[in-house]
Write a new protein. Structure first.
Length: 761
């Protein structure tokens, strides 16, 4: 089925002659030009779609049509594959899906342009193809036929002429006699798979048309359809069972009826019912480790059935589906069958908790099992933090402080809330204004928890993409500054704490190269390598008495204790891996700052901590002991700034705003103009971050200026960072663990600048 049915009528002369679409196409930047396509005749045939999506033609040829152009409003954007070739099935249909090509539906859902570009059917060379994933079998004809049959059924029901067919007289296949296959048994020239008995067809049809989002509300939904053709596919099972951990049990009348568990691969708790348990569910225990059969964590997104005709068409279709909401925003690895650990697994875990002799006897197998334990433990830590989040849909009375504010802001209250339950600043919120036919996203801007009243007062603001839609909904349905709406907490962003998500999906220990520093550290830590004192002829790694006796802190001479001197000497030693353990209040931050400032003279340093407050404290101590000579830079995300995180004089945005005043003699006129506009735009954005009332006081001219500034700063941030590394190359980079993982990931802000850094504190 196509990602979406319907849209607008096709203009005469093709898409390029429609002014409604032309503006949307022109907003995208043009990559390097591709060779022009040549067509002969008045009715051009579809262009050949290359295997590499980057080789797509840049623009859609003028007056482009295909044989489906009059039957589907999106047909003019695709290059249909041969339906005859798909029907012949002269190739093997496989169930296995690559997690790289068919990536899972992440928390950003269809808003992610990277995901939506992966949702198009792949183009295969027919002369070389031996197998095709089952997910590629869909064709645009299937969508067209589905729409036509649906419209026919709707007309029959509305006119009272619907022939309610019944399959009760069909003989049922005995259990186990008909295994799942790609093509099920045919009956009366159709493949029956699902029928719905309707006591009141008119009422059911009316209820099925109510605006809603599956997964948005827990109320039962009604559907009206019959499936005629389908491909029946069993879930692909992993070759190896996965570990799981019980996080919570659910009881009814004193008996455990279900429990929530988390499994390897995704930090999200999923419900487990007796139907998939191979043991008595009443005997399950909190924190118990289980094993389960599972499917791979691959795509569950609705996909396009055909490849795009051009990059222009691809980007348009991706833009059209970005407002769709996933049916279930909380994704997880759902087990197919859950078991208790066998005796061998129990003995291994008991040994792991003790002397861990198995590591010396079977190091390869032990590292594999340790990797699985790390994965499920990380999944449990990530899921446990979200276990008590509010997942209810609330109907609330929204208050609009200013209907012309940018972005649109709405204030509402949630009652009977004993805690914030996930309603925190910058968290996504799904919003449905009563009376509209769409659902949109917003972000939490402020939260006030009144414990005595058990009430949350929440201020949400529209994101850039949802501002116009939310403003239009408020304008049409608000009465005296109030609007009735439904809200639900959206899925958390993995970028807020990506560590658990990364480890839960990574074969951490197995990916260590044999003989590498990490591999040797693991072997030594678990007793596979003997630890001994240095021999006489071994190089001296450090002298514990070489540490500095005193240092200067804010202009004052401070004498270090003996333990502090030895800690600094150890940190500056030639050992590749050093750990310094000390009690609270013994000067660990001072020792770390001295190590960072001294190490930066020979190699760039990255300093990480768990919280923004800890990073800010370390940064201030570093500056007080003479660390300015290393040109340190501290990264602070805007989301943290909204939560009033401590700031420092060397925060990245502070440094970027000062480039044109401190290094004007080293920049050309274009760079000076870029820095000036960036500073002005950044100051405007920071005013909005620091004051909730700023957006409410904006004039129309202020709104336009803010939107331009927001786009300009976002578009030129990487350019400004490159300029900073050229003019003021930092030798010390400070950030939280989450920020470092996000900014150094693929397409991250600091991805291309972290390679020279050699020391991590």
């Amino acid at each position: 089925m196509d990602a979406r049915d319907g849209g607008f009528p096709i203009p005469e002369g093709g898409v390029r002659n429609d002014p409604r679409l032309r503006g949307r196409f022109m907003q995208y930047r043009r990559p390097r030009a591709s060779p022009p396509l040549r067509y002969v005749g008045r009715s051009p045939s579809p262009p050949r779609v290359p295997l590499n999506p980057n080789q797509l033609p840049l623009t859609t040829p003028r007056n482009y049509r295909n044989r489906y152009s009059e039957q589907h409003s999106w047909a003019i954007f695709i290059s249909p594959r041969s339906v005859e070739f798909l029907r012949k099935l002269q190739f093997e249909v496989v169930l296995k899906l690559s997690t790289d090509r068919y990536r899972p539906l992440g928390n950003a859902a269809y808003v992610s342009m990277r995901l939506t570009r992966s949702l198009f059917a792949k183009a295969f060379r027919q002369d070389r193809m031996k197998a095709m994933p089952f997910i590629e079998l869909q064709h645009i004809e299937n969508s067209i036929d589905f729409r036509r049959r649906s419209e026919e059924i709707l007309r029959q029901v509305c006119s009272g002429n619907y022939d309610d067919e019944d399959n009760a007289y069909m003989m049922r296949e005995p259990d186990g006699s008909h295994e799942t296959s790609l093509v099920p048994l045919e009956w009366n020239n159709i493949y029956p798979v699902l029928y719905q008995a309707l006591d009141n067809p008119d009422e059911t049809l009316a209820n099925s048309r109510l605006p809603r989002a599956a997964g948005f509300t827990s109320a039962p939904s009604q559907f009206f359809f019959r499936v005629a053709y389908f491909v029946c596919v069993t879930p692909q099972r992993l070759d190896e069972k996965i570990y799981g951990i019980v996080l919570r049990t659910q009881s009814f009348e004193g008996r455990i009826v279900s429990f929530k568990a988390v499994f390897e691969g995704f930090p999200e708790a999923v419900p487990v019912t007796p139907s998939i348990c191979a043991f008595d569910i009443e005997t399950v225990r909190f924190d118990e480790i289980l094993i389960a059969e599972s499917r791979p964590y691959v795509s569950c997104a609705v996909r396009f059935s055909e490849p795009p005709v051009s990059q222009e068409a691809r980007d348009f279709l991706c833009e059209e589906i970005r407002d769709l909401l996933p049916m279930e925003p909380y994704q997880g690895v759902v087990p197919l069958q859950v078991y208790r650990l066998n005796k061998e697994e129990q003995d291994w875990l008991r040994d792991r908790a003790g002397r861990f002799e198995n590591f010396a006897l079977h190091p390869k197998d032990s590292k594999h099992r340790m990797t699985k334990l790390l994965n499920v433990a990380s999944s449990a830590l990530g899921a446990n933090a979200r276990l008590n989040e509010d997942r209810s849909c609330h109907r609330v009375d929204g208050i609009i402080p200013n209907s012309s504010a940018y972005p649109m802001r709405i204030i509402f209250r949630l009652f009977n809330m004993t805690s914030e339950a996930g309603w925190t600043i910058m968290r996504a919120v799904i919003v449905y204004v009563i009376g509209t036919d769409f659902i949109t996203y917003a972000q939490i801007r402020a939260v006030e928890h009144r414990e005595a009243e058990r009430t949350l007062i929440i201020t949400i603001c529209a994101v850039h993409r949802s501002h116009q839609a939310l403003t239009r909904a408020v304008t049409q349905h608000a009465v005296d500054g109030h609007v009735e709406m439904c809200v639900r907490l959206g899925p958390p962003s993995t970028s807020s704490n990506p560590l658990y998500d990364i480890i839960s999906r990574t074969s951490l220990l197995e990916q260590l190269t044999h003989g590498s520093l990490g591999d040797e550290a693991i072997d030594a830590g678990y007793g596979l390598r003997k630890l001994s004192c240095a021999n006489k002829d071994d190089p001296v790694m450090y002298d514990p008495d070489d540490g500095e006796v005193e240092c200067v802190v804010n202009g004052r001479i401070v004498e270090l204790t003996l333990e502090q001197r030895r800690a600094v000497a150890l940190g500056l030693s030639r050992y590749p891996l050093v750990g310094i353990q000390a009690a609270f209040g013994t000067g660990k931050t001072l020792v770390g700052a001295l190590i960072a400032a001294t190490s930066a003279k020979s190699a760039p340093v990255i300093v990480v901590a768990q919280t923004n407050a800890a990073v800010a404290h370390f940064t201030n101590i570093l500056l007080s002991v003479g660390g300015r000579a290393a040109s340190p830079v501290r990264y602070l995300a805007d989301t943290a700034a909204m939560e009033n995180a401590p700031t420092t004089p060397v925060d990245l945005n502070v440094i970027l705003k000062q480039l044109d005043t401190q290094y004007s003699d080293q920049m050309n006129p274009d760079e000076l103009e870029l820095c000036r506009e960036f500073r002005e735009g950044r100051e405007l954005i920071e005013r909005d971050i620091s004051s909730l009332d700023f957006a409410l006081q904006m004039t129309e001219e202020d709104k336009e200026e803010y939107m331009i500034a927001d786009r300009f700063v976002s578009h030129n941030m990487k350019k400004m960072v490159r300029l900073m590394f050229r003019l003021r190359k930092p030798k010390i980079l400070l950030a939280t663990v989450a920020s470092i993982l996000n900014t150094t990931a693929s397409k991250g802000l600091l991805k291309m600048h972290v390679y020279p850094f050699k020391v991590l504190i």
